[in-house]
Ligand binder design. Sequence first.
Ligand code: GUN
Length: 457
Amino acid sequence: MNSNQELSGIQKAFPLLTEKNVDMKKEIVAGITTFLTMAYIIAVNPSTLAAAGMDAGALVTGTCLAAAIGCFIMGFMANLPFALASGMGLNAFFAYTVVLKGGVPWETALTAVFVEGIIFLFLTLFKVREAVVNSIPLNMKHAVTAGIGIFIAFLGLKGSGLVVANEATLVSMGALSPTVIFAFIGLFIVGIMDKKGRKGAILAGIAVSSVMAWIYAYMNPEAASALGIYLPDGIFKYQSIKPIAGKVDFAFLAHPKDIGNFFVVVCTFLFVDFFDTVGTLVGVASRANMLDEEGNVPNVGRALLSDSLATMIGALLGVSTVTTYVESSTGVLAGGRTGYTAITVGVLFLVAMFFSPIFIAIPACATAPALIYVGYLMISSMHEIDIHNVTEGLPAFITVISMALTYSIGDGLTIGILSYVIINLLYNLFSKPEDRKHVSAVMIVLGILFLVKLLFL
Ligand SMILES: Nc1nc2[nH]cnc2c(=O)[nH]1
């Protein structure tokens, strides 16, 4: 093989290396922005998974390492600005449902995550997932973007303390606490800086809110801790990953009774991960105007491959399902377009592994401005939807609203796609042949699978 062939082989494997005219400053700012909006996972993942009996210190290292490797794979192999880390819905399912409620040892739950990653990989290699992503109608893709927008704005409003739980009405407005004030000052700074065309607006919002929160914690430590605000308790700290790494264990296969249970857990992980990832890729790429003329995500196969590899590696390192983060939209809106954004996020996760006290101390009220602002930007996709055509507009609306109100991207997608198929098939049933709409085979198969899931799982 001559060196030219070798070079093109490497370039084929890592399309990032063929990228020309990259605005490196923009990519790095985008990477920092995405990282700051998702850095909370360095604190949240250990506290959630520790409830399953795992070592919290090791989980800080495992969470950072798995996220970094996932981001590097996405950056180098798919050349996309998407960042990965352990998903929030999936870590809670892992700890509270599978381990605590189901009585499954955490080592076996990690094995289920690993197996889910392998199945995900095979579905990707056989292009099943690509076919699924590419046959979602364009109106539904825009609905997914808008739905994720409301979903993350909801996460931000909850994190700020403005929206709180209410037994009678599910949610209501909370008190005008310092966290609400810090979050909204940050949000207004983001909005004004953006209007003035300043770069790094989202980043500045997070920084200003964090500093205000830390000053408050310095002056009123007790009141601040009641609001979840803490000063960084140091700067440098590294914790060994040994207690959780390499614990994937197939010993349960010796007990046939446990195999059925294991299968159900794997299927649930797969279902949630699959549709969350598909929804997130489509939604974030659409917001970034990265979809091609047919409305498809570029390099989608490689993005899905990166996601499944990251899940498998994450399980081997000892953390729950690693998935493509919806917070990637913040970096994309800060101008990130290539794998360099994802690689920047990966490097910051590696750095964070050694400076965990600082990143752990960024409070929810400081990531809230980014989440609410990006939610506002993403909801603009609504005007791309053919809303007056009820067979397109109604399922799109159901997707948007159920994504936020079920607090789940996967559930919103399930309900939305099922509605699309039912509404359009019913319309066809009562229409003349020339008026009927084309509903793709993939959408019909998805509709049947979602129905089975809703009825039996
Ligand atoms: N897409 C997605 N983004 C997230 N951000 C935090 N958790 C998640 C998750 O589970 N899925």
